[in-house]
Ligand binder design. Structure first.
Ligand code: RB5
Length: 146
């Protein structure tokens, strides 16, 4: 079984979530869908919290959160203590993993087209954390925010 990816959205990110789930399964990932189940209007913090909690309790998992802009998902997940990065291009996705060890990729369905979103997803999943000086800096995030 491949790596597990936990995914969630709100109504604004629901369609891209569906595309991501199908693609992730084709790529061999195990996907845990935290909802929603349809396009009815809903509140992004509820789904951000579900994904952030699952990623927080299992180091082997990565998360994906999609709303209209990606902003609300990013704010909520980071407030919950999980490093989440809003990415609008592949370079940001690469750096979010390599330098920041981001555990959750955030995207805006109303911002990023499907083709680019899939390229961002691929880059995020295929890039490893660089460790070393980057680990020291990540540790300092916790230190300075206590
Ligand atoms: C919903 O209309 C929209 O506010 C939400 O999807 C997201 O963009 C919030 O950050």
């Amino acid at each position: 079984m491949g790596k597990t990816i936990v995914i969630g959205s709100d109504h604004g990110g629901f369609n891209l979530k569906a595309v991501f789930i199908k693609t992730l399964e084709e790529w061999g990932y195990n996907v845990e869908d935290e909802g929603p189940d349809g396009l009815d209007s809903c509140d992004y913090p509820m789904f951000a919290a579900k994904v952030a909690n699952k990623v927080k309790e299992d180091d082997s998992k990565l998360g994906i959160l999609i709303c209209g802009t990606g902003q609300g998902m990013t704010m909520t997940a980071n407030r919950m203590g999980v490093r989440a990065a809003l990415c609008t291009n592949e370079f940001l996705a690469e750096m979010a993993r390599e330098h920041n060890d981001a555990r959750i990729l955030c995207l805006g369905e109303r911002v990023t087209g499907q083709g680019l979103a899939l390229a961002i997803l691929k880059k995020f999943l295929e890039t490893e954390f660089g460790g070393d000086r980057h680990q020291r800096r990540i540790d300092l995030i916790d230190t300075v925010s206590k």
